[in-house]
Design a binder for this molecule. Structure first.
Ligand code: HEC
Ligand code: HEC
Ligand code: HEC
Ligand code: HEC
Length: 157
């Protein structure tokens, strides 16, 4: 009986993680292929080369073009939970006013840039809401996340 109680408590403890964790990227093969890669990082996604980034007035950078291949509206992307670059926080840019936390720095070749992956770690190992990096936050309460890069606006420095 005691054993079952323990399992019950464990399940209860898991519920918040299930409710708040990112959803949709559970399968590695969604983005990587062992034998079918078409780009660095064993990535299989054909990048979005059509969308223009209003923050740079140019095409998307390497990482952003991979995310947008699935997350841009059709026909530029596959339209999964579509995000529009027009209404997205500045992305694919080199910060001038703030200093990026080291965890938010860009990947190979884009180390100086804030990319989609500066705010999101898209891996299933990331237990956070919306695959966000930085402090753990939940729906409707993302302030601590913003303050991670913008402490000045919260009066913290
Ligand atoms: C091969 C397609 C594909 C690629 C590439 C991809 N995603 Fe996704 N993503 C999905 C799908 C499918 C979902 C789930 C959509 C749904 O729930 O309707 C999703 C969901 C998400 C969510 C929402 C998670 C939640 O809990 O609701 C975020 C955030 C996200 N993706 C960010 C990214 C970022 C950042 C990148 C680039 C590093 C990326 N995605 C690349 C297919 C992709
Ligand atoms: C939504 C897309 C997506 C999914 C799903 C995904 N990855 Fe990734 N992964 C990426 C991207 C984008 C990169 C960065 C590649 C680069 O910089 O070249 C990456 C990088 C990696 C790296 C290199 C890490 C590093 O620090 O250089 C490994 C290893 C990896 N992924 C393994 C996995 C495994 C294993 C899974 C499944 C458990 C998985 N990925 C699921 C998109 C994804
Ligand atoms: C990973 C770091 C990071 C996080 C997290 C972050 N920001 Fe930013 N933010 C930046 C960078 C970089 C800039 C560009 C400013 C610069 O050049 O230093 C910026 C710019 C801005 C701007 C100015 C936009 C413009 O067009 O001039 C606003 C407003 C803003 N962020 C709000 C937010 C909000 C709200 C959140 C939480 C949802 C957030 N930021 C989370 C890094 C971040
Ligand atoms: C400054 C940080 C920041 C950057 C940069 C950023 N995101 Fe996000 N993203 C967020 C936050 C915060 C949320 C959760 C918003 C909420 O639920 O309040 C989110 C949510 C999402 C979602 C889920 C949208 C939905 O309808 O549920 C997707 C998909 C996504 N981001 C993809 C991307 C892609 C693709 C890029 C790059 C083009 C990107 N993000 C760049 C912070 C960021």
């Amino acid at each position: 009986m005691k054993k079952y109680c323990l399992y019950f408590v464990l399940i209860l403890l898991l519920i918040p993680a299930l409710v708040f964790a990112g959803e949709g990227h559970e399968e590695c093969a969604l983005c990587h292929g062992a034998h079918t890669a078409i780009g660095p990082g064993l990535l299989t996604t054909r990048p979005d080369t059509t969308t223009i980034n209003p923050a740079t007035s140019g095409p998307l950078g390497r990482i952003d073009s991979i995310c947008m291949a699935c997350h841009a509206q059709e026909p530029n992307g596959l339209g999964y939970r579509p995000v529009s670059m027009e209404s997205t926080h500045p992305c694919g840019i080199k910060p001038v006013k703030i200093k990026l936390p080291s965890e938010a720095k860009g990947f190979k070749g884009e180390e100086e840039l804030l990319t989609c992956m500066g705010c999101h770690d898209p891996h299933p190992s990331n237990p956070n809401y919306m695959y966000l990096r930085g402090p753990k936050v939940s729906a409707g309460n993302t302030q601590a996340f913003c303050v991670w890069c913008h402490p000045e606006q919260a009066g913290l420095n």
